[in-house]
Structures are given as structure tokens and as C-alpha cells.
Design a protein around this ligand. Structure first.
Ligand SMILES: [Zn+2]
Ligand SMILES: [Zn+2]
Length: 308
């Protein structure tokens, strides 16, 4: 599971940073990718990576500001040209359906795959055997959401040494034992799965927030998350500006990460006023409060390890 940042700037593209988009790649876990926001030029950024639009399964839009959605109709359309046939679901705030419908209809775009658009409310978006995904309401000029991805715990690995101690040789029986809480052997013995597997693999928790004033009250919700992706449009001394423009400072984001006790903080949505040394300063400011901070840049890849 890996985050791939495609656009990490705020508002308008700059030479250093494109506007917002990032991808969660889960090729091993799920064989698919999820996209978060899709600013203008996202397709062009994707061309410089090994990301395949065919593999996109879901797109989560945090809010409808242009720097987060102007690339969406183009990406949906190109995916069709590029042979994408599997369904895609786009999640996002109210108005998203109208935006997509009108863009595709007026441009005469006909997709060759099923497209579902779900306008979200705060709370559970979906749950399947791998993930629970929830939306949390943020505070921005437009309705804005954060997405909370909670991977479910997985069974531990079978321990061959234990099985062999019990005289069970490798074969199809191994799979059977792994798939049920208990298995009766031909000789009548009952094998408890827990006795022959290692500790369960803990699911990872990732929060990807849209543009927002920093909300310290989210600390509880984000408690013990592995990764928090938070906007940091302004430097630490710009709190008033941040408040007036419905954004956050690096220090505020770092304080939230600390308060919530997340494992890692990744900052994005960096204003183009900060370049070179100024970005290093932002990082220093954040690390003073929360040492495990990274400032993302375009094409930054972040592997999300399991916390054992
Ligand atoms: Zn933005
Ligand atoms: Zn915005």
C-alpha cells in the first residue's frame, strides 16, 4: 500500500507543483488504485508514472474547488479511450454529480465503463472485506471532506513448523486450516486455527483530508492513525491568514498530528509562495512540533508500512 503524490500545490499550478491529486496504490492488496482529488493536469502527471488509469476503482473528491476537480472529466474520459472497462465510483460533496454529468454530456463524452457518482455525507461510505471508508466534515469555503480509510486486520500467517509438529504435511489441507476457525482432521483430531497461525496483521489507517481550517477536535477521530495527509497552505506565523482563507498552517497541522498520536504526518497543498529554502523552513517548523513529518512534493511516493 503506497501513496503516490501527483500534485501537491495549492490554488494554481506552479513549475514546481501541480494542483491537487494523489493516488493510493494497492496493487498487492486489492489490484486497484484509489484517486484522491483530480486537479487540472493530473492526467499529464500520471503519464510520468507507472500508474494505470485502467486500475482506478474509486475517486474521492474532497471538495469542488477547481484546483481539486478540473482534471476529473478528462481523466474519466481518457480512461475510456485507454480500454478501462471496470466500473468506477466517484465520491464527493453535493454538486459533484451535476458537474460530472454536465461536463460529460456537453462535451459529447460517452464512457465505455459504468460510472457511479455518490454524493457523500459525514459517516460511513462503504465497507467491504478489506476496508471501512468514512467521510468526515471539514471547515472550508465550500463543503469539504476528509476520507478515513481503515484497513481491517488480517489473519496471521500459517506457521509450517507448528503444523509439522502436529504431523500435518504441506498440501491443500493448509489452505483449509487457514480458511476456518477449526478443522477436523481425518484421524478425528481438531485443529484450532489460532494454534497454528502467527499474530494477526494489523490493518493500517490512513486519513486524507481536503482543504480545511485546522480542526483540533479531530484529534480523537484520528487517534492512532498510521498516516495523516493534511494541507499546510501557510507558514506557522500566518494563522490569521489561514483562518480567513479557510486553510491551515504547518504548525497547526503538526499540532493536530501530535495530539492525535498518528504515526506519520504528510503535508500537502503547499502555496507557491514557499520554494526552496522556505519549504525547508516549513518542514523545520512542523518537525519541531511533530518530528515524523514529511512535506510532499510532486511524484513523492510513500510506502505505508504495517505497525507491528
Ligand atoms: Zn485547494
Ligand atoms: Zn479549496
Amino acid at each position: 500500500m503506497e501513496l503516490f503524490f501527483l500534485g501537491t500545490g495549492s490554488g494554481v499550478p506552479s513549475k514546481e507543483r501541480n494542483v491537487s491529486s494523489l493516488v493510493l496504490r494497492m496493487l498487492e492488496e486489492r489490484g486497484t488504485t484509489w484517486v484522491f482529488d483530480c486537479g487540472e493536469g493530473t492526467q499529464q502527471q500520471i503519464l510520468n508514472t507507472t500508474i494505470r488509469p485502467r486500475r482506478i476503482e474509486a475517486i474521492f473528491i474532497t471538495h469542488l474547488h477547481g484546483d481539486h476537480i478540473y482534471g476529473l472529466p478528462g481523466l474519466l474520459s481518457s480512461r475510456s479511450f485507454q480500454g478501462g472497462e471496470s466500473p468506477v465510483t466517484v465520491y464527493g460533496p453535493r454538486g459533484l454529480k451535476e458537474y460530472i454529468d454536465i461536463s460529460l454530456r456537453l462535451s459529447g463524452t460517452h464512457l465505455r465503463y459504468p460510472l457511479y457518482v455518490e454524493e457523500v455525507e459525514e459517516g460511513l461510505l462503504f465497507e467491504d472485506k478489506q476496508f471501512i471508508v468514512e467521510a468526515v466534515r471539514l471547515e472550508h469555503g465550500l463543503e469539504s471532506f476528509g476520507y478515513l480509510l481503515k484497513e481491517k486486520d488480517q489473519l496471521g500467517e500459517l506457521l509450517p513448523s507448528k503444523l509439522q509438529e502436529l504431523g500435518i504435511q504441506p498440501g491443500p489441507l493448509y489452505q483449509q486450516i487457514k480458511s476456518r476457525p477449526e478443522t477436523e482432521l481425518e484421524d478425528g483430531r481438531i485443529i484450532q486455527r489460532n494454534d497454528v497461525t502467527g499474530p494477526p496483521k494489523k490493518g493500517r489507517k490512513v486519513a486524507i483530508l481536503g482543504d480545511t481550517r485546522c480542526l483540533p477536535e479531530l484529534a480523537g477521530t484520528l487517534k492512532d492513525f498510521d498516516v495523516l495527509v493534511h494541507e499546510a497552505t501557510f507558514a506557522g506565523d500566518q494563522e490569521e491568514m489561514a483562518f480567513n482563507y479557510f486553510h491551515s498552517t504547518v504548525k497547526q497541522a503538526a499540532s493536530l498530528a501530535k495530539e492525535a498520536g498518528v504515526r506519520e504526518l504528510i503535508l500537502n497543498h503547499i502555496s507557491s509562495r514557499y520554494q526552496g529554502k522556505a519549504v525547508q523552513q516549513l518542514l523545520d517548523e512542523a518537525r519541531e512540533i511533530f518530528p515524523n513529518t514529511t512535506i510532499s512534493k510532486d511524484f513523492y511516493q510513500h510506502y505505508i508500512s504495517r505497525n507491528h
